[in-house]
Design a protein around this ligand. Structure first.
Ligand code: MIC
Length: 288
């Protein structure tokens, strides 16, 4: 089912953050119908650095292509600012679309951007962002590739200005809306009430960020149709990895950590080793 079709259904779509083939495969196995390729998660894991515009469009496109090759649910990719002006954003659209993205999320920060939940963001003018959205719509090869317009204006210009920007972005042709970092349950509700019935609306749950964490059904009741949990998997895995390395360092052995690990066969099961080896034998004409 295309993402557009899925978004026409009333149930909220939960898209967990992923950043490589393994996380994408695990998320699909858990039953998620769409995934979110998070720029933050890629920066955290590949660079070991913050989400402040350090990773490149090529690194994201490579990651997107690896994920698209591994799974078959739609992927929303974080396109940050589109990596420059409208012309850069058009190139980003074409590159990510070719890599297999079902939707691009683009935001109205200046380049280089920073995580929506960090302080000291700055914005491009609303008219320039509207141009970027229209330019991306023009560049896509399929109307099924959605444009999710994000505004970071709450932290910079306030909620009213953010909602005014959102109106402009809808007029410019956005397929879905992402008002970044509402600061309270009331702000979340107001955003939901204002836009939820008009356009697919995305909520972003960042553990420890500016927005109170709500669950998917509460967000659905507020009018949201997509919720992403972009960086949660990295926070979970980073904690596990830290404990694992500390335990290995202290004990000189993996044994004390075994309960929290897959063994060899367990991981092979997760990544489909038996099926792949069987398929390989078949193509080699060795399956009897
Ligand atoms: C959605 C986001 O753009 C992302 O890169 O995943 C980030 C999330 C995060 O930093 O955890 C954001 O700016 O909210």
């Amino acid at each position: 089912m295309s993402l557009r079709e899925r978004l026409s259904r009333p149930e909220i779509l939960v898209a967990p953050g992923v950043y490589d083939g393994l996380t994408a495969a695990l998320a699909q196995q858990a039953g998620f119908e769409a995934l979110y390729l998070s720029g933050a998660a890629v920066a955290y894991t590949r660079l070991g650095r913050p989400d402040i515009g350090l990773s490149t469009a090529s690194e994201m496109a490579d990651t997107m292509a690896l994920i698209a090759d591994r799974i078959d649910v739609p992927v929303i990719i974080d396109a940050d600012t589109g990596f420059g002006n409208a012309l850069n954003a058009q190139r980003t659209m074409r590159t990510y679309e070719r890599a297999g993205a079902a939707a691009l999320q683009v935001e109205d920060q200046t380049y280089p951007k920073r995580c929506g939940h960090l302080k000291d963001k700055s914005l491009i003018p609303a008219a320039e962002m509207a141009g970027k959205i229209a330019a991306m719509a023009d560049a896509r090869s399929s109307e099924e590739t959605l444009i999710i317009a994000r505004t970071d204006a709450i932290a910079v210009e306030g909620l009213d200005a953010a909602m005014a920007r959102a109106e402009t972005y809808i007029e410019a042709g956005a397929d879905a809306l992402f008002i970044e970092a509402p600061r309270s349950g009331d702000e979340l509700k107001l955003v939901g009430e204002t836009f939820g019935k008009r356009i697919p609306l995305l909520a972003n749950m960042v553990e420890g960020g500016f927005t109170p964490i709500s669950n998917a059904s509460d967000l659905e009741a507020m009018g949201f149709s997509i919720v992403i949990f972009p960086g949660g998997i990295v926070r979970a895995l980073a904690r596990t990895a830290q404990d694992y390395y500390a335990s290995l360092q202290a004990n000189g052995s993996n044994r004390p950590f075994a309960e929290r690990m897959f063994d060899f066969d367990g991981l092979n099961e997760v990544i489909g080793t038996p099926q792949m080896l069987a398929a390989g034998q078949k193509w080699e004409g060795r399956d009897g």
